[in-house]
Design a protein around this ligand. Structure first.
Ligand code: GLP
Length: 240
């Protein structure tokens, strides 16, 4: 695991976008695993800027997103499909049929999980997976206690995650109770993983990750089982 401790959110975003841009230049048909949340927004801004300056193109690249809330339509402003549209896709040239995200309104959720795994398999797997981290150490929506070999599945969100995400909704009652997420096993199959963390609320989760050992109570620690991980954290998240 390669640790990069930077001074600010902006520096974290620039470094992450640089890694993604380089991977895209090397392989225009890159399969990108993408994440939502406030953490990657700055990275997406940098990527949009690089695209507008003609430095990178997403024309041949693919995206598979980590997760989606159950019960939200893609045009719901708090759905992750909507988020991706707003924060990245509508600003770059990735063809719509190259962008994948679990369908939170699928009538048969188990079937949707199987379909999503197949989407990833048919693309040849994820080349570069971008991750944020929850305050409880979750990645995607893999909550504490998730087995490290889990595939894409439906999860019941913990009260802490629903509270953390309530800021985007009118009230906590509107935060969905379930989500579909790539599993930890699915995530670990990505060829290269890039985890970002910023700000003091992530310090405890980053402290657990810094312990250097896989611990199911802190899902992100499964990344110690992977050979090719970059972690970019700002000083506030890293602690002393
Ligand atoms: C959500 C997402 C995660 C994300 C986490 C942290 O629960 N499912 O993928 O990493 O929140 O979000 P933020 O970056 O806003 O702190």
């Amino acid at each position: 695991m390669r640790w990069h401790v930077v001074e600010s959110y902006e520096e974290m975003s620039r470094m992450a976008a640089g890694i993604i841009a380089e991977a895209l230049e090397r392989n225009p048909r890159l399969v990108l695993g993408l994440a939502t949340g406030s953490t990657p927004v700055g990275t997406y801004r940098e990527l949009i800027k690089a695209f507008q300056e003609g430095k990178i193109s997403f024309k041949e690249a693919f995206a598979v997103n980590l997760d989606e809330y159950v019960g939200l339509a893609p045009d719901h402003p708090q759905s992750y499909a909507y988020f991706m549209e707003e924060e990245l896709f509508s600003h770059v040239d990735m063809p719509p049929d190259h962008r994948h995200i679990p369908r939170g309104l699928a009538p048969d959720l188990d079937e949707e999980c199987r379909r999503y795994e197949e989407v990833i398999r048919n693309l040849g797997g994820v080349d570069l997976q971008l991750l944020g981290i929850g305050v409880n150490g979750h990645i995607g929506f893999n909550e504490p206690g998730t087995p490290f070999d889990a595939r894409t599945h439906v999860v019941e969100l913990t009260p802490s995650t629903r509270e953390a995400n309530a800021r985007f909704f009118e009230s906590i009652d509107e935060v969905p109770t379930h989500a579909i997420t790539m599993g930890l096993g699915t995530i670990l199959e990505a060829r290269h993983i890039l985890l970002l963390a910023s700000g003091p609320t992530k310090r405890e989760a980053i402290r657990a990750l810094r312990e250097g050992e896989p611990d199911p109570e802190w899902p992100a620690t499964c990344l110690w089982l992977h050979k090719n991980v970059d972690v970019i954290v700002d000083r506030e998240a890293y602690g002393e």
